[in-house]
Design a protein around this ligand. Structure first.
Ligand SMILES: *Cc1c(COP(=O)(O)O)cnc(C)c1O
Length: 375
């Protein structure tokens, strides 16, 4: 029996709840309130609760959440921001968009920033640290906060992949001055298009963020500073409010799937091990094996789609050429880069599909070791 196991299955979530979502869509469409308004505020209140933050501000996408977040921290020309070298391109792109310089830090086996390597990167121009809670696993915040306090640096958390993840029981996005999240359809919680939001506990940052996302306008006609247009549509907020009803259940399902993979694949490949401080939401489930490329081909033959997050580390991206990094600068990230593989993980995947993936991975390694013995 060969199943097709796609890497993601976005439309399934709509189909499962289409009746409720269609109703929400039609209500918003009929209301005529498409930009800002009640639904936007309601969605923001719900998100603030999940993130245990006082304030939430929806914006056009996760990248804008980072850019506006960095601006709120005063990041500007000549400033440096330290961030992990293993992330999605937007983490670094947002820093560059503020005119500042991304300074990359190697990662450790959690795939997150190696906190023992941050100190050496601090210069007189360092303004902020941007931990990324990659794959939905929280970065080691205590140490990052300690460093930020000692060196008078700001913290912006890139929590684009980690809505609902917790560090010692406290939600990510509530530790730094600012948290930045994405609602893109490929994240662990998503709407039907681009979207993002900022969390903060500072009333002043919240108020200024409201200006920055809306042309700097304090009222219809008066702009008190230069801003941009980065508002999240009311229709997407309505959809988001509806979809949040299944948030806890979906998060539990992500964790269940991760546990099934971990328990059954341990010994065959390296699996993520949750440390004592983490409650991960497993946006991605990343295994590591030196036979990665062979395994991809094998799984593809059996209809199982996998992905690499990310095939090119930030310092080796052509866009980063002027930053002056070279291959070999980040040995841990570069080694992980050759071994990592993301398996299908989403609430709608069925147990029989998960066990099929597990069985095929095991068979790959069993066949491999027996063919070696024959040779
Ligand atoms: C997706 C992502 C972003 C950007 O979010 P968008 O909504 O796609 O703009 C930023 N950082 C990380 C780590 C991401 O995964």
């Amino acid at each position: 029996m060969i199943y097709k196991v796609p890497f993601v299955s976005i439309a399934k979530q709509y189909k499962k709840h289409s009746k409720a979502l269609n109703k929400v869509f039609s209500e918003c469409a009929s209301s005529g309130q498409y930009i800002l308004g009640d639904k936007v505020e309601e969605f923001e209140e719900n998100l603030a609760k999940i993130c245990a933050s006082k304030y939430c501000l929806t914006v056009g996408n996760g990248t804008d959440a980072l850019i506006i977040g960095l601006k709120l921290l005063g990041v500007n020309f000549n400033d440096e921001v330290i961030l992990p070298v293993n992330s999605f391109i937007a983490s670094a792109g947002a820093v560059v968009a503020c005119g500042a310089k991304p300074v990359f830090c190697d990662v450790d086996k959690t795939l997150n920033i190696d906190t023992t390597k941050i100190l050496a990167l601090i210069t007189k121009n360092t303004k902020a640290i941007m931990p990324v809670h990659l794959t939905g696993r929280p970065a080691n915040m205590d140490i990052i906060i300690q460093i930020a306090n000692d060196y008078n640096l700001k913290i912006i958390e890139d929590a684009a992949q980690a809505i609902g993840a917790k560090y010692y029981g406290r939600p990510v996005g509530s530790f730094g001055e600012v948290g930045a999240f994405s609602l893109h359809p490929l994240k662990n919680f998503f709407i039907m298009g681009d979207g993002g939001f900022i969390t903060t506990n500072s009333h002043a940052l919240y108020e200024r963020g409201k200006l920055l996302r809306n042309h700097g306008l304090v009222n219809r006609d008066t702009a008190i500073e230069w801003g941009v247009n980065s508002r999240l549509d009311a229709i997407h907020c309505s959809i988001g409010i509806e979809k949040l009803k299944n948030f806890d259940q979906n998060t539990e399902r992500f964790r269940q799937i991760a546990l099934l993979y971990s328990k059954n694949l341990e010994g065959f490949v390296e699996v993520p091990q949750e440390t004592d401080y983490e409650f991960s939401v497993f946006h991605n489930f990343v295994i590591q094996t030196e036979f990665r490329d062979e395994l991809i081909n094998y799984l593809t033959k059996f209809g199982i789609e996998t992905k690499i997050h990310y095939p090119i580390p930030l310092h080796l991206q052509p866009a980063a050429k002027n930053l002056g990094y070279r291959k070999g600068d980040f040995p841990v990230a570069e080694e992980i880069n050759l071994k990592q593989l993301s398996l299908p993980i989403y609430p709608e995947i069925q147990d029989k599909e998960i066990f099929y993936v597990i069985e095929k991975i095991k068979t790959f390694f069993i066949e491999k070791s027996s063919s070696r013995k024959v040779a």
